[in-house]
Design a protein around this ligand. Structure first.
Ligand code: NZQ
Ligand code: ZN
Length: 390
């Protein structure tokens, strides 16, 4: 096990009716004027936005609203949000929604006190030193942004989707998590969320660092839980306990705990971000196609951890043949994704003739060469993986 620092300062308030505590939490973290950041309307239609606003105003907090965040959020709304926040003297951002609303709020939060272009942080030119505090009312368990220090934004000029990782500056101060708010999620979004949280664990589980048994156990337990409870939530959208388990698992998948003591991978995420940047597919759906293809490729070179996953998570009976066990586990993973309606190929995502040369070129331009930790992947390798997804 390697040395590590684990930093997860977010105050999580979990359970029924917890959105009513948003006002008290905002006061606790020093807000006087809040910008509410939300998406395309689900939070308005459900009445949630109104309830959160009321909870804030009851505590004497002024509110301004910034709606219209799109999935795979873009920089245009971030610039508008920065201008509005400065003009209105906002001192806290509260995102009501999922990864897209939260990541937009985080981008505005670091952009407001910075004199230059907020994109400097995303393209690696500058490190975030100051940011306004961010709070979250979560409506979709998926991206894990409620507990992460990360934010992913697409620059429309050139369709460049980049993730900013900070250790502490962009971790939300509080996250309100009411599983009942997720009852209205369409099955497709539920499934995308399940896939994304599994991917966040895979990116940390597939490592060559040895002797991380405690971290492996947390990761394997979470993966098994996400599959059983996720399938229940997919089949019965109003099953509170299934929704609650999935919601909390989504946070634990991405707040850093599954990476403690070891090197991480992230090749699958980098490969997926290129797809969702150009073709606009949901991040989780893209991952359902990338993950098994990536696993199959790396298992042929380095089957050990994939076989462990197959045996400990997918219930494959151990044999002396590591590769055979690994491939068996991948087949079962594909079956699971199919059972929750996730795509398996580019074609299933509606991308009939993907420009693989361009995906590979952009991937390595943005993320370097080679990429990945479990296996180091060259452009020829990533080209082969994308091609296997046709
Ligand atoms: O926009 P509205 O109308 O709210 O609809 C949303 C959206 O269409 C809908 N939705 C959310 N909650 C709902 C609901 N519909 C009905 N009932 C509810 N309760 O779901 C759709 C997807 O929302 P979005 O926020 O885009 O989903 P998600 O949380 O999956 O976020 C995806 C974004 O997060 C990034 C992804 O790349 C993508 O851009 N990620 C962010 C990470 C981070 N910050 O740490 C890590 C992840 O790996 C990921 O890359
Ligand atoms: Zn993800």
């Amino acid at each position: 096990m390697e040395n590590f620092t684990f930093w997860s300062p977010t105050k999580f308030v979990f359970g029924r009716d917890t959105e009513k505590q948003a006002g008290a939490l905002a006061v606790e973290f020093g807000a006087t004027k809040v910008m509410l950041v939300y998406g395309g309307g689900s939070a308005v239609r459900s009445g949630l936005l109104g309830r959160v606003r009321e909870s804030l105003e009851c505590r004497g907090i002024d509110c301004v609203e910034l709606g219209g965040v799109k999935p795979n959020p873009a920089d245009d709304l971030v610039y508008r949000g920065i201008d509005l926040a400065r003009h209105e003297g906002v001192d806290m951002l509260v995102a009501v929604g999922g990864g897209s609303a939260i990541d937009t709020a985080k981008a505005i939060a670091c952009g407001v006190p910075y004199e230059g272009d907020f994109w400097d942080f995303y393209c690696g030119k500058k490190v975030v030193e100051k940011a306004l505090p961010v709070g979250v009312v979560l409506t979709i368990p998926a991206a894990g942004s409620e507990g992460s220090g990360n934010s992913v934004i697409t620059r429309l000029d050139g369709l460049v989707k980049l993730s900013l990782r900070t250790e502490s500056a962009l971790r939300p101060r509080f996250a309100v998590m009411n599983p009942e708010l997720t009852f209205t999620l369409p099955p497709y979004q539920t499934a995308c969320g399940i896939t994304d949280m599994m991917a966040h664990i895979f990116e940390r589980y597939f490592t060559n660092t040895q002797a991380c048994e405690v971290t492996d156990s947390v990761a394997e337990g979470l993966l098994r839980t996400i599959m059983t409870q996720g399938k229940k939530a997919y089949d019965k959208p109003c099953d509170y306990d299934a929704r609650a388990n999935v919601m909390w698992a989504g946070t634990l998948a991405h707040n850093g705990i599954c990476g403690t003591g070891r090197r991480e991978d992230w090749a699958s995420h980098f490969m997926e971000h290129e797809i969702s940047a150009v073709y606009g597919v949901a991040h989780g759906a893209g991952l359902a196609v990338v993950l098994p293809a990536w696993m199959q490729f790396v298992a042929r070179r380095n089957p050990g951890k994939v076989a462990q996953f197959a045996r400990n998570v997918m219930g494959v009976e151990p044999t002396p043949d590591l590769l055979a066990d690994a491939l068996n586990g991948i087949t079962r993973l594909r079956e699971f994704f199919r059972s929750i309606g996730m795509p398996a190929t580019f074609g299933d995502m509606g991308i009939d003739s993907p420009d693989i040369d361009r995906l590979v070129e952009m991937l390595h331009l943005h993320k370097g060469n080679p990429i990945g930790g479990y296996e180091r992947l060259s452009p020829a390798d990533t080209h082969a993986i994308y091609t296997s997804m046709l």
